[in-house]
Ligand binder design. Sequence first.
Ligand code: HEM
Length: 128
Amino acid sequence: GCTHQSATHSITLYERLGGTVKIDAVVENLLYRIVDDPEVVVFFANTNIDLFADSLASQLCDVSDGPCRYEGPPMDRAHQHMGLTDVHFNRLVEHLDAAMQEEGIALGARNELLGRLAPMYADVMRRQ
Ligand code: HEM
């Protein structure tokens, strides 16, 4: 069908999200939401938050076809033995969506990013 994009210049999701500046702002916004959510923040008790933020930002840039490569551990290993449930997973997705919304990212771009993260569910949950 009609994609509204020329073959020579496709606008990437990364660009529609607002690039690195916006992705960094979304990650920071998400961190505040995590800190404010007692059910989620407990998982981050022993986490180096600066490294987590950089790693997540590079993953979001990578998965949205930006100029970054995620070089952290695979999702099953990164989250192994945390005891995560669907409740935690859905909560984090809600926080991410709210963070993107507050940073002014359009609905279409938000949903597309969440759609690209959704398939990671199986990996995140594999070793719980
Ligand atoms: C699609 C869903 C998710 C994605 C894309 C995601 C992504 C990531 C990434 C990129 C990292 C950094 C890995 C590293 O560099 O070491 C990470 C670590 C982490 N994630 Fe997630 N995550 C997801 C779901 C969750 C959920 C549901 C929770 C808990 C509510 C969670 C809690 C954590 C924690 C605590 C760490 C840090 C682990 C450590 O300290 O080494 N994640 N996640």
